[in-house]
Structures are given as C-alpha cells and as structure tokens.
Design a protein around this ligand. Structure first.
Ligand code: SF4
Length: 118
C-alpha cells in the first residue's frame, strides 16, 4: 500500500506480488490436517529497479520505510557496517539461510531473502 500511494499507481498495478509457499496455489496450505503450513513471500519485480525512496524516507524504498514490523531492510550489502549487513549476520546466527531469486525470473536484482526451515 505504501508503494501504491507513493507512486500513485492505478488499482490494477502492483510493483511486487505475494507468492504463497505451501500448497498448490495462492493462499492454499501444504501438509495434512492438523499439520498444515503456509507462508508468504513478497517478490519484487523489475518495476522496483528505479525505486530509491526520497529524503522523507531517508532514501529507503517506500515499502521498507513504511513496514511497521521491520521485516524489510535496505542498504549496501558491501558495507559490513550497514544496517542490512548487520541484519543478515544476525539472521545467519539464528539459523536463517540468505538467498536471492534466480536472475532468469526477471525480478529486482539485489534483493535477499532470509528463510528458516521449520
Ligand atoms: S521497492 Fe519501491 S517500487 Fe518496489 S515495492 Fe517497494 S516501494 Fe514499491
């Protein structure tokens, strides 16, 4: 919603989409009752490539700046003291795997996902 408001996007346009990880389709869990599992992953598309935010968002993309749970972090991964590098190190220490989507998917480059097997 932050993205749509900031960029004044029409109702039908989204710059990211939400992927369901679990069962065979959108919002369908995997597994067997009562051991069902499902999670969601935001996938940033190439429409995000030029999104850098503004001074009012401290240079962060609007989705990152407005994320109330701080699930998203942005910054320079080559700077070991940046917020994102420190967050990646913290998550690795908690057993998370850090990965990127394959380039052939055409999603935004430079996005890393932290995931932990349950
Ligand atoms: S990176 Fe920018 S364009 Fe992409 S979803 Fe976030 S706010 Fe929207």
């Amino acid at each position: 919603m932050a993205c749509k408001v900031a960029w004044d996007l029409p109702v039908e346009e989204h710059r990211l989409y939400i992927e369901t990880i679990g069962g065979g389709g959108v919002d369908l869990p995997g597994g067997q009752w009562p051991n069902l599992h499902m999670k969601w992953k935001p996938v940033f598309t190439q429409k995000c490539i030029n999104c850098r935010g503004t001074d009012s968002t401290e240079g962060m993309p609007y989705c990152v700046y407005n994320c109330t749970t701080e699930a998203l972090t942005s910054g320079d991964v080559d700077d070991l003291n940046s917020a994102i590098s420190r967050e990646m190190e913290r998550l690795r220490g908690m057993g998370y795997t850090i990965s990127q989507r394959p380039a052939w998917e055409g999603t935004r480059e430079g996005v890393y996902y932290a995931e932990k097997q349950l």
